[in-house]
Write a protein that binds this ligand. Structure first.
Ligand code: PRP
Ligand code: URA
Length: 208
């Protein structure tokens, strides 16, 4: 499945000019990344479950399409995924949020699992994995594997910046997974950073 990468509208280009800039410090970085996150999440909602219904405006009946928020689950990958939770909850206040804790080993770049709050069963739920950075793809794949065991309807990935290497790895591991990104960057460097990227998303989001 082809990834969806946001169009270079002026508003998106503006936000990327800020989050990529090393002069943009915490907390402005977190605010700007959150706005980009909202845009990616909103775009990804074409995969959200919905129902058609008739409501009554103050003037007359109207046929509308409404997302079934309670069938949706957002799963941020700690820590940096937390930067996309606030926009997710603003758009879908009735969706549940569960967390997965993964930390990349700096040498091997393999994700080390340290936490999850997932329920045993996700039957009937549509999952949106939230993580700003798709680098080697190891964290997104590990998170999706944990989720897939719980029998969800669908798993969608929402990220801010992806590397071609991570995108290929994730699409190969989960060919049917819709992947939404704010930008697809040039490459992954030998230390596992996305180039040009934005540096360490977790550190910049939390001022560490
Ligand atoms: C970062 C980022 C992703 C992961 C991406 O997290 O938030 O989760 O790296 O890299 P990958 O695609 O190569 O797995 P990190 O492990 O640095 O943890 P942090 O968010 O706690 O800083
Ligand atoms: N994680 C980050 O925070 N940044 C990268 O460039 C790669 C992984």
């Amino acid at each position: 499945m082809e990834p969806v990468v946001l169009h270079r509208k002026a508003s998106i280009a503006h936000l990327f000019s800020l989050i990529r800039d090393r002069e943009t410090e915490y907390p402005e970085f977190s605010t700007r990344l959150g706005v980009l996150g909202a845009t990616v999440i909103a775009e990804s909602l074409e995969y959200a479950p919905f129902k058609n219904l008739t409501i009554h405006t103050p003037l007359e009946p109207a046929n509308v399409r409404r997302i079934i928020e309670s069938d949706i689950v957002g799963i941020p990958i700690l820590r940096a995924g937390l930067g996309m939770v606030e926009p997710f909850q603003r758009i879908l206040p009735n969706a549940s949020v569960y967390h997965i804790g993964l930390k990349r080993d700096e040498k091997t770049l393999e994700p080390d699992y340290y936490y999850d709050s997932l329920p045993d069963d996700l039957t009937g739920r549509t999952i949106f994995i939230l993580d700003p950075m798709l680098a080697t793809g190891g964290s997104a794949i590990a998170a999706a594997q944990l989720v897939a065991k719980r029998n969800p309807v669908k798993i969608v990935f929402c990220g801010i910046i992806g590397a071609p290497e991570g995108l290929s790895a994730l699409s190969e591991a989960f060919p049917d997974m819709p992947i939404f990104l704010g930008a697809l960057d040039d490459h992954l460097d030998e230390t596992g950073y996305i180039r040009p990227g934005l540096g360490d998303a977790g550190d910049r989001l939390f001022g560490t």
